[in-house]
Design a protein around this ligand. Sequence first.
Ligand code: TPP
Ligand code: MG
Length: 588
Amino acid sequence: MPRMTAARAAVEILRREGITHLFGLPGAAINPFYSAVRDQGELRHVLARHVEGASHMAEGYTRARAGNIGVCVGTSGPAGTDMITGLYSASADSTPILCITGQAPVAKLHKEDFQAVDISSIAAPVAKWAVTVMEAAQVPGTFQKAFQLMRSGRPGPVLIDLPLDVQLTEIDFDPELYTSLPVATPRASVAQAEAVLQMLAQAERPLIVAGGGIVNADAADLLVEFAELSNVPVVPTLMGWGTIPDDHRLMAGMVGLQTSHRYGNQTMVEADLVIGIGNRWANRHTGGLETYRAGRKFVHIDIEPTQIGRVFAPDLGIVSDAKAALEVLVHVARQQAPLDDRSEWAAACRDRKARMRRRTDFDNVPIKPQRVYQEMNNAFGPETRYVSTIGLSQIQAAQMLHVYRPRHWINAGQAGPLGWTGPAALGVAVADPDTPVVALSGDYDFQFLIEELAVGAQFNIPYIHVVVNNAYLGLIRQAQRNFDMDFCVQLAFDNINTPELAGYGVDHVKVAEGLGCKAVRVFEPDGIQPALDEAKKLLAEYRVPVIVEVILERITNVAMGTEIDKVVEFDELTDVRHPVPTASGPRE
Ligand SMILES: Cc1ncc(C[n+]2csc(CCOP(=O)(O)OP(=O)(O)O)c2C)c(N)n1
Ligand SMILES: [Mg+2]
């Protein structure tokens, strides 16, 4: 039996589980693992500038492709605590990432040793499993089980904490004999699918709510097939956006308090049956449950049994992987074909989509943010992968951008940690270097973890980062209107080095250039398209992140509300058919 350090065994297992990249940074307590990575020689390492950045890179890497698992690595103590935010956002968004930390030697764990912190206890609430491995011989089994857990049921992150002496201990391990453990997938039965179709037959105005579980199950094609077979309109959630193309005749818009369409909310209000697949009835999707549920029946299909009934009791709950459920739904729908004619309802949803729009073609100076999303729709094709986190920027982008494919809107949906966008975009670009990646940040989101731009410059990880600068914590400023205040949310100051910024504070262009990236700044709406074109050229020439900073008007209130039928609009609407230059019409 080959003998090797437990750290080397861990590296061998990573390779056999399909891992090709690590995102991390070394420290004394994880050096044995790094030594094994160097000796083994096949894993590519991306050196983050902040360990939280490494954790979000791992998330982006996972989310770019079905089957990917991002791995982030750090030393003991503060490295692990820095990655807690990544574990939280990964678990909140059902994203498997593996977080590996170094630890003080086993015998020192109770002695307040240097940088010894009980990271597995700290991580436990935000991981599917968090474990400090106390016996070197358990290292292979721990990694084997970690991969099984990350892939089983509702996917999520795992933390493995490796004491220094455990990493260094030699064990008997033969990588050639290693096998992955089987992953159990719950599957809807034919009887369950027949029950759904029976409810469908009794409904007049049904909808499918398509959640991120469909993305995780890689089942977008099946979703579209089922929607087309049954002629039922689809409302993607923010996590499921892209599972049906925006211009598909059955894409009925998004529903919610913020990241939603006027037509999507109106369609939900009129529906009498909602079939949720791989979704979690997020509160910013549902708003008040009384409004959301009034007068309609619900089916909830989810892979995690305890998700059924968590937010409200559905009329029918089915525990199933989204792909397995859609397979059997398609099968039963084909057997029962032709299904009832739903063309009138589907046409009514399409009509709302054509009419109930928000205006984007403003030409104000300073620029209104709506215009930015119009220009982005014109500049970036359906192959673009968008990455964003939180803020007015993200909310309005979700209202106005167009997404046509699964995994092309990659967003920290539940946790929304500021700073996620940049490192996540780097992870996405590492996972899929051949597809254009466009990140979108507000100025504050951009300033968090801004140092990770240097990672993109050092390792030539090109992506375009659109920064919409209102010199405000815009979303919080808008929320503070309820308190009649504008307090501690202003990012504006006179930058003594850059007077042309006229009080907008941080010179993002200089910072980005200082970190080895390229950057352009725009003050006028007609400058946006040329700037995006210039960014594409710079990206092709230099293969580094390229920042496009758009100086916005400082105060824009963005459509949102507390109930899906009470979203407050602040800017002009266009209740006419063809006025919006980038309206995504139904695809015939
Ligand atoms: C770590 C963290 N702290 C605080 C918040 C709350 N928060 C949400 S959006 C936001 C302001 C974002 O400002 P910016 O990125 O400039 O976007 P804008 O809303 O101005 O478009 C804040 C502070 C958060 N999401 N994450
Ligand atoms: Mg801002």
